[in-house]
Design a binder for this molecule. Structure first.
Ligand code: ZN
Ligand code: ZN
Length: 90
């Protein structure tokens, strides 16, 4: 079942969006390695106080989560992650 990465809601009131953890030039790589999460469209994705696109701390938390997930799933070191995504967030 889908749920919001940030608050755990299931999208029944505020529909869930798919967000790419590493955006911009790394968007395709996020897709390739399955580094995406669901977020409540309004509250947790775009407009809320803690929404990832508005709150630098939430964005940092999500980048850390994504990097650890990628390193675990791909068996990468920090250096290997950096080679693929351009920087380390840890
Ligand atoms: Zn997004
Ligand atoms: Zn949420």
């Amino acid at each position: 079942m889908k749920e919001c990465w940030l608050c755990g809601r299931n999208g029944s009131f505020d529909p869930l969006d798919k967000h790419h953890i590493f955006g911009h030039t790394n968007r395709n790589k996020s897709e390739k390695y399955g580094l995406t999460v669901f977020l409540c469209h309004d509250r947790c994705h775009l407009n809320g106080e803690y929404a990832v696109h508005r709150n630098a701390q939430t964005m940092q938390m999500l980048h850390e989560y994504g990097q650890r997930k990628a390193m675990e799933e791909q068996g990468w070191t920090i250096e290997e992650f950096r080679n693929e995504f351009g920087k380390s967030y840890l």
